[in-house]
Design a binder for this molecule. Structure first.
Ligand code: PRP
Length: 219
C-alpha cells in the first residue's frame, strides 16, 4: 500500500492577505471549505483529499513558523520578511498587497536628511530602517521603535522623520506629511522552509507553478 502523503502546512497572514491568498488558491483548485465558516473557533483547517493544512497567524509570526518548519509554506508581506530576517526562502511574489516602504516626514525635514545633524527616525520596522540608513545611506540616526500610528511621531515632535508603509498616501496627506525617499517596494510573498523545499520539492514546485500560472493569467 502506498504510504500516505504527509500534510503540507500553510501559515497565512491573518486578514486581507489570507483572504486574497485563499481566493488565489481556489483558482488553482485548492479549496478549504472549513475555513469559510465564520463561526468556527478552529485554529487549523484541513483539506484531507490534498493532504494540506492551513492556519492563520499574525504577520510577524509567519516567518517564525516557517523557519522552524511548523509550517512548510507561508504567505506574508515583504516588509515582515525583511524585518524578521528569518532563514526562509522567498519564492514567489503574489502581486497583491502592493505598497511601498518609505521615509516620510514634513517637507521641512528633507534638508535634515542630507545634513550632518543626528536625526530621529520613528518606525515599526527598526531593522529595515537601520539597514536603510546605516548600510545604504551611510547615515547615523537614532531609531525609535513604535507599534502603530507612526505618522504621529513627527507631528508631536518625537522624531524628524518616519520609516513606514505607504499604500494610497492618504494617511500622509491628511497629516501634512510627504514621501521623502522610497526604501523599497512591497507586496505579499510566498516563503518556504528550506528543508521542506528539499523534502517536498515536487509538491511545492507544482503548487508554486500553479499559483504562478493563475497570477500570470490575471495580468
Ligand atoms: C499602515 C501604515 C500607514 C498606513 C498607510 O498603517 O503604517 O499608517 O497604513 O496607508 P495609506 O497610504 O493608504 O494611508 P495601518 O493602518 O496598518 O495601522 P498602524 O498605524 O497601526 O500600523
Amino acid at each position: 500500500m502506498e504510504k500516505e502523503k504527509r500534510y503540507l502546512t500553510f501559515a497565512l497572514t491573518k486578514g486581507r492577505l489570507a483572504k486574497k491568498t485563499l481566493e488565489l488558491l481556489e483558482q488553482t483548485g485548492i479549496t478549504c471549505e472549513e475555513m469559510k465558516d465564520p463561526d468556527s473557533r478552529k485554529l487549523i483547517f484541513v483539506n484531507e483529499e490534498l493532504r494540506l493544512q492551513f492556519f492563520l497567524a499574525k504577520g510577524p509570526d509567519v516567518p517564525t513558523y516557517v523557519e522552524y518548519g511548523a509550517a512548510d509554506i507561508g504567505v506574508v508581506g515583504k516588509d515582515t520578511i525583511l524585518e524578521e530576517g528569518r532563514k526562509i526562502y522567498e519564492v514567489l511574489d503574489l502581486g497583491f498587497g502592493k505598497c511601498r516602504m518609505c521615509v516620510c516626514g514634513p517637507e521641512s525635514a528633507r534638508s535634515l536628511l542630507n545634513g550632518q545633524e543626528l536625526i530621529r527616525v520613528a518606525t515599526k520596522y527598526p531593522n529595515i530602517a537601520k539597514d536603510y540608513f546605516y548600510n545604504q545611506r551611510n547615515q547615523t540616526v537614532e531609531i525609535i521603535k513604535l507599534n502603530g500610528s507612526i505618522e504621529l511621531a513627527p507631528i508631536v515632535g518625537l522624531s524628524e522623520v518616519i520609516v513606514d508603509i505607504v499604500e494610497t498616501g492618504s494617511t500622509l496627506k491628511e497629516n501634512g506629511l510627504v514621501v521623502l525617499e522610497e526604501v523599497c517596494p512591497l507586496s505579499a510573498r510566498v516563503v518556504v522552509n528550506p528543508v521542506s523545499m528539499r523534502m517536498e520539492n515536487e509538491r511545492i514546485t507544482k503548487l508554486l507553478s500553479e499559483l504562478n500560472r493563475v497570477i500570470c493569467e490575471a495580468k
